[in-house]
Design a protein around this ligand. Structure first.
Ligand code: SF4
Length: 192
């Protein structure tokens, strides 16, 4: 069982010296869907919740329209729980330091499906070597060898799509790809 007090005060990497808050994640236990992003941004660092800025609004608009699932039905978190200064990409050292918390969350929350957003999340959650341009829309196995199932339920499956921040930068072509990936997600959830 994850030790929330230990996570809230974690100093496993140098991001502990620059963050305002550890952004642990939010949502119900045993959700149908766990969403994993890259790292908190400025608003998340201030507010303590993941995906509360423009990226989050776009993500949950698409999720509602394509999957019919709302934010409060999902567990939402990031690979790295503390904001990298200036919203830079987390380093490999930071990702490796924090990844154990994500593995523990998947074990404890036991989602049906895990959706990874972007390269950092896909590589950390699914050990994928290829980039999101290749792996998006692909159904993948989760790190089953690293976590014993919390119940007799089947192990979660995973899917990759773009990070909504990429869609905000890239415009309608990226949004269209995300919509197609989310329709695959809906099929996956409907089967489980
Ligand atoms: Fe700990 Fe993760 Fe924050 Fe680093 S990013 S201090 S490993 S919670």
């Amino acid at each position: 069982m994850i030790d929330i007090d230990e996570l809230r005060t974690c100093t496993r990497c140098a991001l502990s010296t620059t963050r305002q808050r550890v952004v642990i994640g939010s949502g119900p236990r045993h959700p149908r869907l766990m969403i994993v992003g890259e790292a908190p941004g400025r608003y998340e660092d201030e507010g303590g919740e993941p995906f509360i800025g423009r990226s989050g609004r776009l993500l949950f608009q698409l999720m509602s329209e394509e999957v019919g699932i709302e934010r409060d039905e999902c567990f939402v978190t990031n690979v790295v729980k503390c904001r990298p200064p200036g919203n830079r990409t987390p380093t490999q050292r930071e990702i490796l330091a924090c990844r154990g918390w994500l593995v523990a969350q998947v074990h404890d929350y036991a989602p049906t499906v895990v959706l990874a957003l972007g390269n950092v999340a896909a590589r950390a959650a699914f050990n994928l070597s290829e980039g999101v341009g290749v792996t998006h829309g692909r159904i993948v196995a989760l790190f089953q060898h690293e976590t014993e199932p919390a119940s007799s339920a089947p192990p979660p499956q995973g899917l990759v799509t773009y990070h909504p921040a990429a869609a905000l930068r890239g415009g309608s072509s990226v949004v269209d790809v995300m919509r197609a990936d989310l329709r695959v997600l809906k099929e996956l959830l409907d089967q489980r």
